[in-house]
Ligand binder design. Structure first.
Ligand SMILES: [Ca+2]
Ligand SMILES: [Ca+2]
Length: 192
């Protein structure tokens, strides 16, 4: 059943994106800020969460826990952050939860392929229990305990935005909202 639902979902998304994919609209959600320089939508969550909660919240919004892909994105996000929020740290989507000592992004890229400006002496895995990565306001990364709570930033790249022509609205909640999103989408005749 699930695989049929998934297949249906993939096809619907493919068709709607294939038809026009109006990325030029540059709108994702009204609570996300579009940063032109890096072609992405960002939201700073000020409610502090553990790393896995943060990851989940982003997924529920149809986005993902930010990790800067390069210097340009790190600088753009830091400017946005410093201009709007006082927080010193935010979680980013990098951890060594899967293989101890091997940091990778939430979508499986080695940390060496993305922005990896570690702070001095980091990552130090202090006490042998630091597996989740946070970004400091000065642009440096540090591993910390995953159950600590920090603000975090969710991201949706313009490139990954799929426009739903039927609803004239972006597709949302692709990750964890799958089951409920599909159910309500089918009920209303709109697949989001
Ligand atoms: Ca670690
Ligand atoms: Ca550390």
């Amino acid at each position: 059943m699930l695989s049929k639902i998934l297949l249906f979902f993939v096809i619907v998304n493919f068709v709607s994106d294939y038809s026009y994919g109006q990325r030029d609209k540059k709108f994702f959600r009204k609570d996300y800020k579009y940063l032109e320089a890096v072609e992405g939508f960002y939201k700073i969550h000020t409610l502090h969460k553990t790393w896995s909660e943060a990851k989940r919240v982003c997924a529920l919004e149809g986005a993902s826990l930010l990790y800067p892909e390069n210097d340009d994105e790190a600088h753009a996000v830091l400017s946005f952050w410093n201009a709007t929020q006082p927080y010193r740290w935010v979680y980013v989507g990098i951890s060594d939860l899967i293989v101890k000592g091997v940091f990778e992004t939430i979508d499986g890229l080695p940390v060496s392929d993305v922005y990896n400006n570690w702070g001095p002496g980091e990552p130090n895995d202090a006490g042998g229990i630091e597996d989740c990565v946070k970004l400091r306001q000065d642009g440096t990364l540090n591993d910390d305990q995953c159950n600590k709570k920090f603000p975090f930033i969710c991201k949706k790249s313009l490139q990954s935005l799929e426009w739903n022509m039927k609803c004239n609205f972006p597709n949302l909640g692709l990750a964890s909202g799958l089951a409920s999103g599909l159910a309500s989408g089918l009920a209303s005749g709109h697949v989001t």
